[in-house]
Design a protein around this ligand. Structure first.
Ligand SMILES: C[S@@+](CC[C@H](N)C(=O)[O-])C[C@H]1O[C@@H](n2cnc3c(N)ncnc32)[C@H](O)[C@@H]1O
Length: 443
């Protein structure tokens, strides 16, 4: 059971709810011990104030600890809190701030979380910064790693590495195919013996705690619609692979996942796809409303804008509020396309008849020119026959061009109709998951 007011709800989906407001307040709407995983990326204590707001570095740790405390109440005893924290330099100095580590110590020493494991998110696409130390003076290297603290409420959080196995390397695949050929009973320099178990196929290799994910999202519905509507997207999104890893690793289908600093709601989107229930909290109503774009697959920008505006003022229910819009858009696109198909087909028929007539005419004109029965035909008459042949040829060329054009229009109209169908299917396939047996049993 949850207790949120309608005013706090921005949109709901079959599995989740996006809420707006201060997370400290919103967390009160969740029952004790009801959440399996909180995965989040708080506003970082960078020196420069960003568009999404930052607390002073000094006060940051205490500020974040309040959320840690409130989060602890709602976590199940098997629950986890995963916090992605960017690193920073101290103001005006080429030395590092210790705040990610202060957060770690505060959460473990004072809030009594356990550090289940520390992760590092390596983003190879990160740009070199800060400018002064890295680019100008060249006395520091590129900072491309975020610390990601995996805290647990007890020493035994729910976790299953089998859900996040990586594909085997080529060498390992060769070994698995033919263990006898590759296996040699040797001792490694560390004096570990490589046993025959090493050749067992466990479905993939165990991932390290260094997660390599480029933060480059270019083809999501969120960006597609933000771009089309010329709305500024959230400036500090994390890549969906990050919450995906922890949701798959630390929860099961039907479990409850929460993001208390949800921004563009990357977490909610991934949780929805993976069949987990989710709640996302975001202070800014605009960011919270804009994140609805993630849940509008196949929708055209004009319709998406209608829902975005509705989410800024009230609550949108998905898929109910979206379905009529995508259905109408698809129906009118299909109707328009079939009109175009009809007119292109008529034009094609006319062009083909024209091609036939022009061909006959040309054949007649040629016949007349070749079989001139009157050898005494004067030059004028001869020119007239040649001109008739030329005219017939031009007619035939025009008719062929008209046919090509009609075919092109026909193909284009058919393509538009297919696209309209595909958009509708995309929306329906995304939301059909609501009705799967797995969801019914998870309730
Ligand atoms: C780093 S961003 C999170 C981005 C998110 N992970 C994504 O992928 O889009 C942090 C967010 O926390 C929000 N925020 C800051 N203080 C908050 C508070 N007290 N309660 C809820 N959200 C807050 C900010 O508005 C900002 O959007």
């Amino acid at each position: 059971m949850t207790s949120f007011t309608d005013d706090q709800k921005v949109y709901t989906t079959p599995r989740g709810t996006q809420l707006h407001g201060d997370s400290l307040r919103l967390l009160q709407g969740l029952d004790d011990e009801s959440v399996d995983l909180i995965v989040t990326s708080p506003p970082f204590a960078l020196q420069r104030k960003k568009a999404y707001g930052n607390e002073d570095q000094e006060a940051y740790v205490d500020w974040l600890a309040q959320f840690g405390e409130a989060a602890k109440r709602v976590l199940k005893s098997t629950g986890s809190l995963v916090v992605d924290i960017g690193n920073a330099y101290r103001k005006g100095s080429p030395t590092r701030s210790l705040y990610p580590y202060r957060v770690l110590l505060k959460f473990v020493d004072e809030l009594e979380y356990h550090l289940a494991e520390e992760f590092f998110w390596y983003n190879p696409a990160k740009l070199p910064s800060p400018l002064e130390w890295v680019n100008k003076r060249r006395i520091r290297v590129k900072d491309a790693v975020n610390t990601v603290w995996w805290f647990s409420k007890t020493e035994w959080p729910q976790a299953d590495v089998n859900q996040v196995l990586l594909p085997y390397s080529k060498n390992m695949e060769r070994l698995l195919k033919d263990p006898e050929r590759y296996y040699k009973a040797t001792l490694r320099p560390s004096e570990h013996s490589i046993s025959r178990h090493f050749g067992n196929d466990n479905g993939g290799s165990i991932p390290p705690n260094l997660l390599q994910v480029s933060n480059t999202e270019s083809n999501s519905n969120y960006l597609r619609l933000c771009r089309a509507l010329d709305i500024k997207s959230h400036p500090a999104r994390f890549p969906s692979e990050l919450p995906r890893f922890f949701i798959e690793f630390l929860t099961k289908p039907g479990d409850v996942v929460v993001d208390i600093f949800s921004g563009s709601n990357t977490t909610g989107m991934v949780a929805e796809q993976l069949g987990r229930k989710w709640y996302s909290f975001e202070l800014s109503r605009d960011y919270a409303a804009l994140s609805i774009m993630r849940f509008l697959p196949g929708m055209n920008p004009q319709d998406a804008e209608v829902l975005y505006e509705k989410a800024r003022a009230g609550t949108v229910s998905l898929p109910e509020d979206g379905q009529p819009l995508v259905t109408t858009a698809a129906q009118s696109a299909v109707a328009e396309a079939s009109l175009s198909v009809e007119s292109a087909e008529a034009a094609l028929g006319a062009a083909e008849a024209e091609v036939l007539r022009a061909g006959e005419n040309l054949a007649e004109a040629k016949f007349a020119a070749e079989w001139n029965p009157d050898a005494t035909l004067d030059a004028n008459a001869e020119r007239a026959v040649t001109a008739a042949v030329e005219r017939a040829k031009a007619w035939a060329d025009d008719a062929a061009a008209a046919r090509r054009d009609a075919k092109r229009r026909l193909n284009y109209a058919r393509k538009l109709a297919d696209q309209a169908h595909a958009a509708l299917r995309e929306f329906e396939v995304f939301y059909k998951t609501k009705f799967t047996a797995e969801d019914a049993t998870a309730e």
